[in-house]
Design a protein around this ligand. Structure first.
Ligand SMILES: Cc1ncc(C[n+]2csc(CCOP(=O)(O)OP(=O)(O)O)c2C)c(N)n1
Ligand SMILES: [Mg+2]
Length: 532
């Protein structure tokens, strides 16, 4: 077989079922006999759509999808999505073409040529490999899937020179053995368990790295009687309606106070990064800081920890729970539930101090969504509130560009999730600005007969930036625009669409959008009388 066919075989063998990509002359060989491969191919309308669909697919499932991209422009069009996945520790397998081996780095002016595509991709992937010999494919795939299974998940890119794509190859496509994550060091586990058993005012912070440790993390919170704060990527890991769970409120002052007052903070699978506490300043850890992470580099980033444990979140928490079975304590000063109640009381004024319009609209929208909905939210003011006040009930429910902060993720992210989990209710929330970044992917959602609501919060421009300019005394510029008719645009793609004029109409539109054979675009104008 030719190299391209061998790739399809390996993808199937490693459990990949979906490929997102727009073919070009450079990737024609990747599609040889593709239709007999059992892989599903989804063509977006722009490569950033491919990347964001693969991102949504992986956020929803924890499993990577593949992207097939042409050299140069195809790769760069998807780059912001790949970088988003890198920032958010989301797995993705990027397969792309590159120029012929003899032409690499020569600057000869070949079609789609970059001086070094490999160097560009190295910045936004766990690794980028240039395949110089197709016989190396099994080894490179083994390396990629070892990373997905046993390390911090991030995108991997395999770029294949055009002449290599064309070469015949005989490979054994059986997967290589993939290592399980190593057991955490028992000494460090014991020490951590002892610190936990003797603290008086514990707090747990869970990041996206703990997504597979939902049951264990909930059990640990109950065992320690500790309130739980979640990062954005960690939303739903402990159900946000659990009496000990505070959800994602890290950007708010009361959460900072809670952290500052805790005599012990246990942070699991989180960078404790600026992106989650944007504009609020740094955390003030006055007590012990215990960190658990599969990525050892993360254990020494941002804050000096008191104790560290390199471990998978699930195994790490499980081991700690096992030690705690034979320990008394902690004798907490105030029951966790009471701390949560006080916190929520303190929060009231903060919530009201935010924009009441957002909260009204958000409450109306959320009320209409089934509780286990997967929400793919673009970077819009409505979503910033949703991140804080929507109670996710399980992990892998909230898809938001939390690290890299790219606009345009909402719609393609929802499409990727819906393709990955067809029976799950999915909803997209986007601002008018972010919606337009990737609006063309409505065409894909219609093609694939996907039914979900696309809620467009239309505030006539880049509201967040307009507000930031005003707040800093900068005369707003470049932030106002008006889409004449969102509903007609959506209908032009073949979607259902409406601009509701009342709460009951909004609710019934949302309720009806989960069934049927196409998405429903719901335009909410910020000046609509019923929202005021
Ligand atoms: C690719 C990219 N370009 C620019 C920005 C800066 N940015 C962040 S939010 C935002 C406004 C988005 O407007 P919209 O989607 O309408 O949401 P709104 O703030 O109006 O609710 C902009 C331009 C960004 N995050 N990403
Ligand atoms: Mg807007």
């Amino acid at each position: 077989v030719k190299c391209g066919e061998a790739i399809a075989k390996l993808l199937r063998a490693y459990g990949i079922d979906t490929v997102f990509g727009i073919p070009g002359v450079h990737t024609v060989e990747l599609y040889r006999n593709f239709s007999s491969s059992d892989l599903r191919h989804i063509a977006p309308r722009h490569e950033q759509g491919a990347g964001f669909m693969a991102y949504g697919y992986a956020v929803a499932t924890g499993r990577p999808a593949a992207c097939f991209l042409i050299t140069g422009p195809g790769v760069l069009n998807a780059a912001s999505a790949i970088a988003e996945a890198y920032s958010d520790s989301v797995p993705m397998l990027v397969l792309c073409a590159t120029n012929r081996r003899a032409e690499l780095g020569m600057g000869g002016g070949c079609l789609h040529e970059m001086s070094s595509q490999q160097k560009a991709m190295e910045q936004i992937t766990a690794f980028t490999h240039t395949l110089l010999d197709p016989a190396n494919l099994p080894q490179v795939f083994a390396r990629a899937f070892t990373l997905f299974a046993s390390q911090r998940p991030r995108p991997v890119c395999i770029e294949i020179p055009l002449d290599v794509l064309d070469l015949p190859v005989e490979i054994d496509s059986r997967p290589w053995p993939i290592p399980a994550r190593p057991q955490p060091d028992p000494g460090s586990v014991r020490k951590m368990a002892q610190s936990l058993a003797s603290c008086r005012n514990p707090l747990i912070v869970l990041g996206g790295g703990a997504a597979e440790a939902s049951a264990e993390a909930t059990q640990l919170a109950e065992r320690l009687d500790a309130p739980v704060l979640l990062t954005q990527a960690g939303k739903g890991i402990v159900p946000e309606n659990h009496p000990l769970c505070l959800g994602f409120l890290l950007p708010l002052r009361p959460a900072q106070d809670l952290i500052a007052k805790a005599d012990l903070v246990l942070a699991i699978g989180t960078e404790l990064a600026e992106a989650d506490r944007y504009m609020i300043g740094s955390y003030n850890f006055s007590g012990k800081l215990l960190r658990i992470d599969i990525d050892p580099a993360q254990l020494s980033r941002n804050f000096r920890a008191t104790e560290v444990l390199q471990s998978d979140a699930r195994m790490g928490i499980g081991s700690i729970l096992a030690v705690l079975e034979n320990e008394n304590g902690p004798a907490v000063l105030t029951p966790g539930k009471d701390r949560v109640t006080t916190f929520k009381k303190d929060l009231g004024p903060h919530r009201l101090a935010g924009a009441p319009l957002f909260h009204r609209v958000l409450d109306g929208v959320l009320e209409a969504l089934p509780p286990l909905t997967f929400i793919s939210a673009d970077s819009t003011q409505l979503a910033y509130e949703a991140a804080m006040y929507w109670q996710a009930r399980q992990p892998r429910s909230w898809c938001f560009p939390c690290g890299f902060g790219t606009l345009g993720t909402g719609l393609p992210g929802a499409i990727g999730a819906k393709l990955a989990a067809p029976s799950r209710p999915v909803a997209c929330i986007a601002g008018d600005g972010g919606f337009l970044y990737t609006v063309s992917e409505l065409s894909v959602a219609v093609e694939e007969k996907l039914s979900f609501p696309v809620i467009v919060w239309n505030n006539f421009g880049y509201g967040e930036i307009r507000d930031s300019m005003s707040a800093r005394g900068v005369t707003p510029i470049g932030v106002d625009f008006r889409i004449n008719d969102v509903v007609s645009i959506a209908r032009g793609f073949g979607c259902q669409a409406a601009r509701p004029q009342s709460w009951p109409e909004l609710r019934s539109l949302i309720a009806g959008s989960f069934a049927g054979d196409r998405p429903t675009v719901i335009e909410l104008r910020s000046d609509a009388p019923f929202l005021q």
